[in-house]
Design a binder for this molecule. Structure first.
Ligand code: FE2
Length: 434
């Protein structure tokens, strides 16, 4: 725990609003005082415990609610996904995973964790293949060690991700899945639409929630990540969540089939999701490239119905999903880039959508993760990120560098970037601010 003060900072609150410049005093890792800019008590901070934000934007540190450390940075190993489809991604992962060592799992995860920190993220929920075969235990051991070894740097929630059928392929797969929970995995995952028949998919949902209740854990399922409007497991999940009173302990990730349901069924479903308290996470980068692959023209874009869900009180987070792997070969761990894609993909380019997008990036992602007391308020953790721009809209537009990231009052990332342009007469520094 450390002392630190950031002066002259313009906060974007977890609701998504931008406020007047303030000074933020952190003592023992906690936000002690937030006072008008220019009035901080600087005498109690050493020179290397002070940062002048110069009216730049500051937010609480970010939460990544959906990624996959285990497959990150495997793109091109043994070869690149040439079609860019989910189906080729699955085939390539099955070729790749047999050659991976524990050390390799750990190196890739730690590298991407550092990317996340540089972008202002201090909490990561990562879905992990825990049961596709006996070798899944290598990845599990690696990720449990990474979670421990990075504990002073970034919080990691590991999700037991079945990567396929739970109810076809023998008891061993189900046993490995539950053993992962016994070994200390945090969250129960699922993927019911990968079961062969609807009946097994429905049971898959119930099995996941049974385990969540047994281990008093959150649940987060890849669900209906397909363009098939007959894939309706999100409704089963919402109904079971409601009946069991699990509320926001449960998250539906992707839910892209909601894009393709009839409006009549979608209207019924979003109201049920709202009533159940279930969270939803959209992953616009991966799903923009993976969905609509069986369409001729017009091609569906495959993302869930964000506006309708939010209008029904549903928490909708924004996740990065795959980073440089067989399912999505792009990405650098920056949530602002993810939001930028969503602006265009989901028609969220209205000016008021700026507030919605920041609310999703901050409050919604923190709710999905289960963070208590999140936000820039006195008494909360002194974990902040400074953006090299003065305005929340420009932050979404330009995805600027993060000059400073603090975790519990301690710097974990620092950055500088200046670009000089020579126009033939003079040199000008350009930073893309308006
Ligand atoms: Fe995913």
């Amino acid at each position: 725990m450390s002392d630190y003060t950031i002066t002259n900072a313009c906060p974007v609150t977890s609701s998504g609003q931008q406020e007047q410049a303030v000074d933020i005093e952190i003592r023992d890792g906690i936000i002690d005082r937030i006072v008008p800019a220019g009035t901080a008590d600087l005498t109690s901070f050493e020179d290397d415990e002070q940062f002048d934000a110069a009216e730049r934007l500051v937010s609480p540190t970010l939460v990544e609610p959906h990624t996959h450390f285990f497959s990150s940075l495997t793109a091109g190993i043994p070869r690149w996904n040439q079609t860019g489809t989910l189906e080729e991604g699955w085939r390539l992962w099955n070729e790749t995973k047999d050659g991976l060592t524990k050390q390799n799992y750990k190196q890739r995860a730690k590298k991407v964790a550092r990317w996340f920190a540089a972008n202002g993220i201090t909490r990561v929920r990562t879905h992990l293949d825990v049961n596709s075969d006996e070798r899944s235990s290598i990845g599990l051991e690696a990720m449990l060690e990474v979670r421990e070894e990075l504990a002073g740097f970034v919080d990691i929630q590991i999700v037991a991700f079945p990567m396929g059928c739970l109810h076809t392929g023998g008891e061993a797969k189900l046993q490995r899945f539950e053993q992962a929970m016994e070994r200390g995995v945090d969250v129960v995952g699922g993927i019911p639409h990968r079961e062969h028949i609807t009946e097994d998919g429905n049971q898959h949902v119930r099995t996941v929630l049974d385990l969540a209740e047994k281990y008093d854990a959150q649940a987060d399922l890849h669900i209906d990540e397909t363009d098939d409007p007959q894939s309706r497991f999100t409704g089963v999940l919402a109904s079971e969540t409601l009946k069991r009173g699990l509320g926001d302990k449960v998250t539906a990730s992707h839910a892209t089939a909601l894009h393709s349901y009839s409006n009549a069924y979608a209207d019924k479903l979003v109201r049920l999701i709202g009533e159940s308290g279930l969270n939803v996470v959209t992953n616009p980068m991966a799903n923009a490239s993976l969905q609509g692959r069986y369409d001729d023209f017009p091609k569906r874009r495959g993302h869930t119905r964000i506006r309708a869900l939010r209008d029904n009180g549903v928490t909708v987070g924004i996740g990065q999903d795959d980073i440089v792997d067989h399912f999505h070969s792009y990405g650098d761990g920056d949530p602002l880039k993810t939001a930028f894609v969503l602006v265009h993909l989901a028609h969220m380019n209205g000016n008021e959508d700026t507030t919605t997008l920041w609310n999703m990036l901050l409050e919604s992602n923190a709710t999905v993760y289960g963070v208590d007391d999140y936000g820039l308020q006195e008494g909360n953790e002194g974990s902040l990120v400074v953006y090299d721009t003065k305005d929340r809209f420009d932050a979404l537009r330009t995805q600027p560098v993060r000059p400073l990231v603090l975790r519990d009052g301690k710097p974990i990332a620092e950055a500088t970037q200046t670009t000089a342009v020579y126009d033939g007469q003079s040199e000008t520094t350009v930073n893309f601010d308006r």
